[in-house]
Design a protein around this ligand. Structure first.
Ligand code: PGA
Length: 255
């Protein structure tokens, strides 16, 4: 666990207008500038990125994309490349979110995207997580292990330290309650161990591990302090400016 914390807001297909998006960013930026130990990344829909990415660097505030395509250019209708994202000031890219995996992104596609993002000099936020828990047989450990190994297949070892790895149990995404913090701790250790086996222990110490799934301003501090993760991937609460501001302050106050 590093001293600094990383909070990512994944807006998904929200809000409906650029004006609303600008308001959320303005508020988030103001709060981010006052934080001591926390960096904030907001990930709006593609169309808003050029307007929301800061032209000059803003303290503790960055912009990320929710997705990307791995090819450099060409006949790929509807897709966006890493070079395009970089050109408009994007610094982070979410890869392999479960909602994209559900729509067809396999581990193989995720690995290609991770490589493309790293090659472009951007930071991938790679999402992994089991769809359900197998309380009896604990088979979800094996499922998660395979998913992590395959999602990084072919990614060079030296790139490992610049990866953000978001553990998001799919059953907790959009749910009422997050995973309990003590279990988050256990799972984050497991995720780190698998990552360490793939990239080596020195790299694994540097990797940033996030938790995501039903995070809000009430549970955020406990997830950081008891779950011992380096940060959070926040969906719904990142669009609720009042709640998100409280969440950022609560996380920043965790020693
Ligand atoms: P949620 O979404 O915080 O709304 O559960 C998390 C995510 O999908 O990353």
């Amino acid at each position: 666990m590093t001293n600094r914390k990383l909070i990512i807001g994944n807006w998904k297909m929200n809000p409906g207008t650029l004006e609303e998006a600008k308001k959320i960013v303005a508020k988030t930026k103001r709060v981010a500038a006052k934080l001591d130990h926390t960096d904030v990344v907001v990930c709006p829909p593609f169309v808003f990125l050029p307007q929301l990415a800061p032209r000059r660097s803003v303290k503790h505030f960055h912009v990320g994309a929710q997705s990307v395509y791995f090819e450099e250019s060409g006949s790929y209708t509807g897709e966006v490349s890493v070079a395009m994202l970089r050109d408009v000031g994007t610094e982070y890219v979410i890869v392999g979110h479960s909602e994209e995996r559900k729509r067809g992104d396999t581990d193989e596609i995720v690995a290609k995207k991770v490589k493309a993002v790293i090659d472009a000099g951007l930071t991938p936020i790679v999402c992994v997580g089991e769809i359900s828990r197998d309380v009896e047989g604990a088979s979800h450990y094996e499922v998660l292990k395979k998913q992590i190994q395959n999602s990084f297949a072919g990614v060079p070892k030296r790139a490992g330290r610049d990866i953000v790895l978001a553990y998001e149990p799919v059953w907790a995404i959009g749910a009422k309650e997050s995973m309990v913090p003590s279990e988050i701790y256990e799972m984050s250790l497991f995720v780190k161990k698998v990552f360490s086996d793939a990239f080596g222990p020195e790299t694994a110490v540097k990797v940033t591990i996030l938790y995501g799934g039903a995070v809000n301003f009430r549970n955020a501090a406990d997830i950081i302090s008891i779950g011992k993760v380096d940060g959070l991937l926040v969906g719904r609460e990142s669009l609720n400016t009042v709640g998100f501001v409280e969440l950022l302050k609560a996380v920043d106050a965790v020693k």
